[in-house]
Design a binder for this molecule. Structure first.
Ligand code: F6P
Length: 357
C-alpha cells in the first residue's frame, strides 16, 4: 500500500490535471494499492490539514480539463518560516500532517517558488517528488515545463488576431505577453506570430532602437508593426539601476504595465500612435494543447514509476528530448533565462526581428 499526498501550488496552468492523472494512472496500472490525499489550495492544504481523499474516479475525464481539481494558491517561500497570524509554525504543521496521515510521499506540482518550498520539505526529511508546471518555462533543470506550449498557443492566437486588424488600419500594436521575469513565452509566441519587434527581460531595450526598427519597416513600405513585449521587459537605463533604485522608481510608476510605458515613449518620441493589447491570464486558461497533454502524462507516469521504486527527492523534468529525474537541490532557487546569445535569438535576428538592442 502506498499513501500519496498531492498538491498544486502557485499560479495555475494548463495540464496540471493531466499530470496528476498520469501519476495516478501509472500507480493504479501497476496493481499497487494506493491511497491519494489531495491537499486543497496548494501548501495551505498541507499546512492546515485540508485534504480530500481521492479515488481513480476523481482523475477520470480530466486529461483535457484546464486549471487544477485541487485548487491552488501562493504561499511565498520567504513566509514559510514565519508563523501564521495565529502563531502556527507552518513547516512543523506540514510535517505533522504528513506523519499523521502516514504518507509515503508528497507529489508537488509547481513552479519556482513551489520548488524552493518542496526542497525545504525534502531537507526536513519528507519524501518529495515534484513536477514542473508553469507557462513561464523558467524552471532550472528542465528544457520544458508543462503549460508552456498551451500558453504559447494562446499568446500566438492573440498576436494572429492583432495582425489582421493592425494590417487593416496600418497601426503599431503591442501585445504584452506573460512570463514573469523571463522571455521564453514572448520569444516563442512572438516568433510564431510573426512579430516584428520582440522585447524580453534578458535583452534590455533601447527605445530609440525600437523606433528605428519601426521607421525602417515604414521605409520599406510596411503599414503596420507588431511588437511582442514581455511583461518583464526592461529598458537599458532601468537595467542599470540597482534593485533598490528600481524598486524606488516603481513606487511612483504611472502605467498599468510596461507595455503602456513603451507605447507612451514611442508616441512621445515619434508622434506615432500605439495600441496595447494584454491577453493576461487567458494565457494560463482553458484546455491544455495536445503537446502538453502528452508531455504532462509522460512526466506524471515517470513520477509514478519513482514512487513505485521508492526513489524520492527528484523533480521529473525533460532534457534533450528525454524524461529525466533531477535532484531537487539542483532545481530549487534557480531561474532558467533566455540567453541573449542563444541560437534561437540569433535566428530571430537573422529573419529581421528586432530586439530593440
Ligand atoms: O508564473 C505564472 C504567471 O502567470 C506569470 O506569467 C505572471 O507574472 C504571474 O503568474 C501572474 O500571477 P498572478 O496570477 O498572481 O496574477
Amino acid at each position: 500500500m502506498k499513501r500519496i499526498g498531492m498538491l498544486t501550488s502557485g499560479g495555475d496552468c494548463q495540464a496540471l490535471n493531466a499530470a496528476m492523472r498520469g501519476v495516478v494512472k501509472c500507480l493504479s496500472c501497476s496493481g499497487e494499492d494506493v491511497e491519494i490525499y489531495g491537499f486543497l489550495d496548494g501548501y495551505k492544504g498541507l499546512i492546515y490539514g485540508d485534504f480530500r481523499m481521492l479515488t481513480g474516479h476523481d482523475f477520470a475525464g480530466i486529461l483535457t480539463k484546464g486549471g487544477t481539481i485541487l485548487g491552488s494558491s501562493r504561499t511565498p517561500f520567504k513566509l514559510m518560516r514565519e508563523p501564521d497570524e495565529n502563531g502556527l509554525d507552518k513547516v512543523e504543521a506540514m510535517k505533522q500532517n504528513y506523519y499523521k496521515l502516514k504518507l509515503d510521499c508528497l507529489v508537488i506540482l509547481g513552479g519556482n517558488g513551489t520548488h524552493k518550498s518542496a526542497n525545504m520539505l525534502r531537507e526536513e526529511g519528507l519524501n518529495v517528488i515534484t513536477l514542473p508546471k508553469t507557462i513561464d518555462n523558467d524552471l532550472w533543470g528542465t528544457d520544458m515545463t508543462f503549460g508552456f506550449q498551451s500558453a504559447v498557443n494562446i499568446a500566438t492566437d492573440c498576436i494572429d488576431c492583432i495582425h489582421t486588424t493592425a494590417s487593416s488600419h496600418g497601426r503599431i500594436f503591442i501585445v504584452e505577453v506573460m512570463g514573469h521575469k523571463v522571455g521564453w513565452l514572448t520569444l516563442n509566441a512572438g516568433m510564431a506570430g510573426g512579430a516584428d519587434i520582440i522585447l524580453i527581460p534578458e535583452i534590455p531595450y533601447d527605445i530609440d532602437k525600437v523606433i528605428m526598427a519601426i521607421n525602417e519597416r515604414e521605409a520599406r513600405g510596411s503599414r503596420f508593426t507588431i511588437m511582442a513585449v514581455a511583461e518583464g521587459a526592461i529598458s537599458k537605463e532601468d537595467a542599470k539601476l540597482s534593485k533598490k533604485e528600481y524598486k524606488e522608481k516603481m513606487k511612483n510608476y504611472a502605467y498599468p504595465s510596461v507595455s503602456y510605458e513603451i507605447a507612451d515613449k514611442i508616441q512621445k518620441k515619434s508622434g506615432k500612435e500605439v495600441r496595447v493589447t494584454v491577453p493576461g491570464h487567458t494565457q494560463r486558461g482553458g484546455s491544455p494543447c495536445p503537446y502538453d497533454r502528452v508531455f504532462a502524462t509522460r512526466l506524471g507516469a515517470e513520477a509514478g514509476k519513482l514512487i513505485l521504486k521508492g526513489e524520492y527527492g527528484f523533480m521529473v523534468g525533460y532534457k534533450n528530448r528525454e524524461v529525466v529525474r533531477v535532484p531537487l537541490e539542483e532545481v530549487a532557487g534557480k531561474l532558467k533565462m533566455v540567453s541573449p546569445d542563444a541560437t534561437i535569438v540569433k535566428e530571430a535576428k537573422m529573419v529581421g526581428i528586432s530586439f530593440g538592442d
